[in-house]
Design a binder for this molecule. Sequence first.
Ligand code: I3S
Length: 126
Amino acid sequence: SPSHSPDRLHVVEKAGQLNKTKIAEGGRKLRKCWTSSWLVLAGNSLMFYKDPKVAAAWTPSGSRPESSVDLRGARIDWARDLSSKRNVIHFRTVTGNEYLLQSDSETVSQDWYQAIKGVIRRLDEE
Ligand code: I3S
């Protein structure tokens, strides 16, 4: 039945480890605090977990991520002047929360950039 068919909310598009810091909350600048985080991109959301094991147990009604952002209306670009690190992704939600995501691997950062951008674009078209 349709109620059992997978929908986009439940489809994990991408998951993996990245360095992450939140740099603004509601437009207000925050002090950077880089930490390693396990990211899960699914449905309209990018979810952050401390531990991949917790993320693996993820179900719609099950374990909750440490934090989660709604990608609808979000903007993504490459952080040029926001960090001394390389391969840094910058994104901003409609509510003015801003994050930096980073990997020392250019390929890993590029893949995440494209995946997040793809979701944002899809949501823009809905
Ligand atoms: O943009 P900033 O202030 O140079 O960011 C650096 C600081 O957050 C620093 O911590 P302190 O608050 O103890 O100064 C971090 O250790 C650095 O990693 C931050 O710079 P990068 O360029 O790594 O994003």
